[in-house]
Design a protein around this ligand. Structure first.
Ligand SMILES: [Zn+2]
Ligand SMILES: [Zn+2]
Length: 382
């Protein structure tokens, strides 16, 4: 049996220990709920809420969503453990040079049980209790309004996520305190999606929901965005390409269903699991959540690995398709090793964060590996 890559499956293994070690997952949402209750009771705001017939999402519907999202995380993990074909696998799960000739590469099911990831996922999802206190506009009454709002929420969420995500990658202090934990999962899985700090969950999800609600997001649009989006983020972190998985008895594949339910990706380009997997493997490029147009615009796009290629199982046609994707500067940058970045940093007399952080915002400038304490990445990357 080959030696597995370090699983990074660290952290508390039960909820009680988790809340003792990370009490911000209790006081954070508690504080946010207090702020929401205070603000929504300010007379002017209360008047606005009443005038627009807005109503809080409520404890029953929020608890239903949390239960759904927790069960879906375990169901997704179960699907990968049961059905995931290794031809769909993006990365090699085995440690470098640990596999003997002829030995089978490790599959998803061979990895350590993602206990710590599951515990943090549950805690992050339970913090969604804040949505019970967010007031939403009444449900839509026509398909055009529902579709318009759904698109607006998806596009805004993606833009918001891109800006926050890129910012925390380019600022060493922010990266360390907000986002580094998420990247401790270099070979991500469904339980990596919510393997985040509470600060990160607030900035990239709860704040988005509050902004959308304040701008008049209807209740049913929020419900749809959360239920469909949660599956999307688990699959995006799943480490496998599910595009051509047939969803029998439906006559469609997973990619076709995703396009039907999120047709704006035809114009804005879809962010695939392969692209986000590459982001976890290489730490930079592909900052978007749902669409690829922003990464293409900012020169931080990379098409990701060909499924199966890392373990010698790629279909030649798939490899050809990816190879045909035009290379942006970021693609070339992504191919460069962290050692090369370290060389650039090393050629400077001393580490000067300002030199990096003052770079024009439209350029992708990964924070230096040494500043991010990513030594393992610098040595692992190819
Ligand atoms: Zn990231
Ligand atoms: Zn991620």
């Amino acid at each position: 049996m080959p030696k597995m890559q370090e699983s990074h499956n660290y952290g508390p293994r039960n909820m009680q220990d988790f809340y003792c070690e990370f009490p911000e997952f209790l006081w954070g949402p508690g504080l946010l709920i207090s702020v929401l209750r205070f603000v929504t009771n300010v007379p002017a705001v209360a008047k606005y809420i009443a005038a627009h017939n807005m109503a809080t999402y409520g404890l029953a519907d929020t608890a239903t969503f949390i239960a759904f999202a927790v069960m879906l995380a375990f169901a997704t993990h179960g699907w990968y453990a049961t059905f995931a074909d290794q031809k769909r696998q993006f990365q090699d799960f085995d440690a470098k040079h640990s596999r003997k000739p002829g030995e089978k590469p490790s599959a998803y099911i061979d990895r350590d049980p993602p206990t710590a990831g599951a515990i943090r996922t549950v805690a992050a999802l339970v913090s969604s209790i804040v949505y019970a206190f967010v007031p939403f506009a009444p449900p839509t009454t026509s398909w055009p309004v529902f579709i318009g709002w759904t698109m607006a929420v998806a596009v805004y969420w993606d833009l918001h996520f891109f800006v926050v995500h890129k910012t925390v990658h380019e600022n060493a202090w922010l990266y360390k305190h907000i986002h580094k934990l998420h990247h401790s999962h270099k070979q991500s899985g469904p339980f990596s999606a919510y393997f985040v700090t509470y600060q990160s969950n607030f900035l990239t999800e709860q704040l988005v929901v509050i902004i959308a609600a304040a701008l008049g997001c209807p209740r049913d649009v929020f419900t749809w965005s959360m239920y469909w989006g949660t599956l999307g983020t688990y699959v995006e972190h799943g480490g496998h390409d599910l595009a051509d998985v047939r969803l029998a008895p439906l006559p469609v594949t997973f990619a076709q269903l995703s396009t039907i339910l999120s047709p704006w990706s035809l114009v804005l380009g879809g962010e695939s699991p392969g692209m986000h997997d590459w982001h976890h493997e290489k730490f930079f490029t592909n900052y978007a959540l749902s669409f690829s147009y922003l990464d293409k615009l900012f020169g931080t796009f990379h098409p990701g690995r060909v499924p199966g290629e890392a373990i010698g199982l790629a279909h030649p046609r798939a490899a050809k398709k990816i190879d045909a994707t035009p290379a942006t500067p970021a693609v070339l940058e992504g191919m460069a090793s962290c050692d090369a970045i370290a060389d650039v940093i090393g050629s400077q007399p001393a580490f000067q964060p300002k030199v990096w952080h003052s770079a024009p915002v439209w350029r992708s400038v990964p924070a230096p590996c040494e500043a991010l304490d990513l030594d393992e990445t610098c040595t692992d990357s190819e």
